[in-house]
Ligand binder design. Structure first.
Ligand code: SF4
Length: 163
């Protein structure tokens, strides 16, 4: 059982609502968040770790601030003040090209500095991106199958629904 799963399990024992802060890649800073919010409602992609019916709230949504991601140092503080229990790094960090080279640094920093679990991903990977990325070495080189497991386990039908 990974750190994130353990942490979420302990939150459930305490009957606390999961409160999520989302950090998106600044290359998509104008994104309206439609796929993320839909995926949370339907418990798809990285949000599949939360059982249907379990109350989950998004309490903050921000970009990394642009390469190399300076806002990641500060914005979790605002999320935490608003009750964040978990941070999600949006799927755009995984599938934008090039994928964000700082994903592991962001995760380690937030978990260390803010003591909040970090989940890699939000909405399912769109099938159009999946088809290209699975032919590229980045995910294998970075063991993305372990890091972003729920994203990579979605069915082709669901991926297509997020194109
Ligand atoms: S690639 Fe990474 S550091 Fe650069 S803008 Fe996107 S999330 Fe931020």
């Amino acid at each position: 059982m990974g750190k994130v799963t353990r942490s979420i399990t302990s939150q459930k024992k305490g009957a606390k609502m999961t409160k999520i802060g989302i950090i998106i890649c600044a290359r998509y800073r104008s994104c309206g968040g439609g796929k993320c919010f839909r995926a949370l409602r339907d418990r798809r992609g990285a949000f599949s770790i939360y059982p249907a019916g379990e109350p989950v709230e998004i309490i903050g949504y921000s970009s990394c601030g642009g390469c190399p991601g300076g806002n990641v140092e500060y914005v979790p503080a605002e999320f935490k003040k608003n009750g964040a229990t978990t941070i999600h790094l949006a799927t755009g960090l995984v599938v934008g090209y090039p994928p964000c080279p700082n994903i592991r640094h962001f995760k380690a920093f937030i978990e260390t500095a803010y003591d909040l679990p970090v989940v890699i991903g939000t909405h399912p990977i769109p099938q159009t991106y999946m088809k290209v990325h699975e032919r590229l070495p980045f995910w294998k080189d970075n063991a993305m199958a372990d890091l972003a497991k729920p994203l990579l386990e979605e069915s082709p039908e669901i991926q297509a629904a997020y194109n």
